[in-house]
Design a protein around this ligand. Structure first.
Ligand code: GCB
Length: 610
């Protein structure tokens, strides 16, 4: 009984979020020393630099005697070496390796990167961290011959402290093993409809921070309130008890919180009048955190997002999500998008379509994308690569998915643009899968209760009538918005089938369509019944949008997809040639007819929801 009372007390008094600090909040907003640029590399398909001839990892030994991570700069001249980073070619970081060297286009395996650098701290008492925006998929990091750690997952950031290993009086050797082999037990698994770009695909930099620094903070409007900003701040270092000032000059608000034995302080800021963030008014406030030992600032927007019955409410007002799906790819380069310019190009097209929303498919995109979405006023759906046929029964697989979700939420929890966390895409219904997804949803809510949860579900046809489409999934119970992918008129009949379909959706929740579409080769023309033509695709868009508008709870849509995207599953000669052609924009950047059909629909929807 007493135990129950204590648990109730914890539930009432402990705020509705949990702390997580694997990723340091806003490292990208601090002064940093970039390690972007040329890194020498060695292609190592047999992982000779990692395993000895008995297939034992060298780095299992605290004082390893081999392996590529011990680069020649650390080794005695008389030692036998069968590699030489200095004489190797270089890859540009950030960037995938596939699009940088023709020989690496289809490569899936290990590549060793090496970067030499010198770094002197501004203050001898400071600590130093190295930050990776992302590397796909498994990454082992070594500094001056010592292992910093291993990170799994291709799309989320990770940091290592290097204070003790850093040499300030000589060159440092940073060696990174990146392995993008697909794995049955991985997240994602073996089978995807996108290119498995390998390498250090995002920025790498060094950050110097005080001995005790502000490692994490969350600051958003409290769920369901426009009158209180709530969150926490967390310190890392020995001086755990401090007063942290949270200052929002434009709101004339200064609040002081006291941190506890764990370095955590709870933030509660009453607000009288606040300019809420929205696509029409993407207002961001300067928020400054400072304590005796550290200070950090960031631009943050405040808005509410919730559902009421079948409506989605942004700042309390019903909204229709005029969206589009995006892969993290620059179609013109045919490689991973990694720069601010890439993000700007993609989101400019999104604005041209008159969207107020994007689905960042099928994995966490670069931080540039969400920061720019904050500034440009574009709402965002973010997702983790729990895609198709994951090993639902494998505990390590679950933990990997949960870790990727934690790292994503940790990175983007202060972005007003992000309104939805998605758990999965098109996963086949089974008890094991539903319990996997339910655990992920609970985990997401425990980290962040201010955003909506969803997943791209599947539909099926009724046995009695092929025109009756049913959305029924046990996971629907755990989501805030019912979202599904449908391909009536492409994988399922011809476009005129859209005219006859009835949607049977028995949930009192908002409904969004996370994908529909048809392939068209940009510049290929014909009649509306000729597959792969722009006319077929445009006709399918017209009919689909008309069909969806008949669903009474229809509150948003993200057609598949903004740009043609590389896929190893799409090899039809002269049409696909390694590209999924469902883009509204071709690989040369030219818009297809369907782009304008969607834009017209969004112009009309915008007026309707004014
Ligand atoms: C889907 C998948 C997406 C594919 C798309 C297609 O349902 O979610 O990743 O690329 O269909 O083009 O078939």
């Amino acid at each position: 009984m007493r135990k129950v009372q204590i648990m109730i007390a914890i539930a009432i008094f402990f705020p509705l979020f949990r702390l997580h600090s694997q990723v340091t909040t806003n490292f990208s907003g601090r002064n940093s020393f970039s390690l972007n640029g040329k890194w020498n590399y060695i292609v190592d398909p047999y992982e000779t630099g990692y395993y000895d001839y008995r297939y034992k990892p060298y780095d299992a030994n605290p004082d390893p005697e081999g392996g590529f991570f011990l680069d020649q700069h650390q080794i005695n001249k008389s030692q036998l070496l069968e590699y030489d980073f200095d004489k190797c070619p270089a890859l540009i970081v950030p960037g995938d390796w596939n699009s940088q060297d023709e020989k690496l286009f289809y490569y899936e395996g290990t590549i060793w990167y090496r970067r030499l650098f010198s770094f002197k701290k501004a203050d001898p008492g400071h600590r130093v961290f190295i930050h990776f925006g992302a590397a796909n998929y498994e990454t082992d990091v070594y500094l001056n011959g010592k292992k910093l750690g291993k990170h799994i997952g291709g799309f989320t950031p990770f940091d290592y402290e290097i204070t003790l290993l850093l040499k300030e009086d000589s060159e440092n050797s940073l060696v990174v093993k990146v392995d993008n082999k697909r794995k049955r037990e991985g997240i994602p698994t073996l089978n995807t409809d996108w290119w498995n770009y390998g390498g250090i695909t995002r920025d790498v930099f060094i950050v110097e921070v005080p001995a005790t620094f502000i490692t994490d903070y969350s600051i958003q409007l409290k769920k369901g309130s426009k009158a209180e900003i709530a969150g926490y701040v967390k310190l890392n270092g020995v001086t755990k008890y401090q007063k942290v000032k949270v200052d929002i000059p434009e709101l004339k608000s200064t609040t002081e919180v006291t941190t506890d034995a764990d370095g955590i302080g709870i933030i509660r800021i009453p607000v009288k009048k606040i300019d809420l963030w929205s696509p029409e008014n993407p207002k961001l406030y300067n928020v400054n955190f400072s304590c005796e030992t550290d200070k950090v600032s960031e631009k943050i927007g405040f808005r509410t997002i919730e559902t009421r019955g079948t409506d989605i409410l942004l700042n309390g007002k019903p909204v229709f999500l005029r969206g589009i799906c995006i892969h993290e790819e620059n179609p013109m380069r045919g490689g991973r998008a990694y720069s601010k310019e890439d993000a700007q190009m993609l989101l400019n097209w999104v604005k041209e379509l008159n969207c107020n929303y994007v689905r960042l498919a099928h994995y966490p995109h670069n931080e540039n994308m969400v920061r720019l979405a904050d500034e440009m006023g574009i709402m965002v759906w973010e997702e983790i690569p729990v895609y198709w046929t994951i090993l639902w029964d494998n505990q390590n697989t679950y933990e990997n998915a949960q870790q990727q979700l934690t790292e994503l939420i940790s990175r983007d929890k202060n972005r007003a643009s992000v309104i939805i966390w998605s758990m999965a895409n098109e996963t086949p219904v089974s008890d094991a899968r539903t319990s996997f997804l339910k655990n992920l949803a609970e985990h997401a809510r425990s980290l962040d209760n201010t955003r909506l949860i969803s997943a791209a579900l599947e539909v099926h046809a009724s046995k009695e009538s092929p025109f009756d489409k049913i959305v029924e999934d046990p996971f629907a119970e755990y989501v805030d918005i019912i979202t599904f992918n449908e391909y009536v008129g492409w994988y399922d009949g011809l476009p005129n089938k859209c005219d006859k379909v009835n949607w049977l959706i028995n949930y009192n929740k908002p409904v969004m369509i996370s994908e529909f579409g048809a392939d068209a080769l940009q510049g290929l023309h014909g009649d509306t019944l000729t597959r792969w033509t722009e006319e077929y695709q445009a006709d399918l868009y017209r009919r689909t949008l008309k069909m969806l508008t008949k669903i009474s709870q229809f509150r948003g849509v993200t057609p598949w997809i903004l740009c043609d995207v590389r896929s190893p599953r799409r090899m039809l000669p002269n049409i696909q040639d390694g590209w999924n052609r469902k883009g509204l924009i071709g690989e040369n950047g030219t818009k297809k007819n369907a782009f304008y059909v969607l834009k017209k629909f969004y112009d009309e929807m915008e007026l309707k929801y004014k």
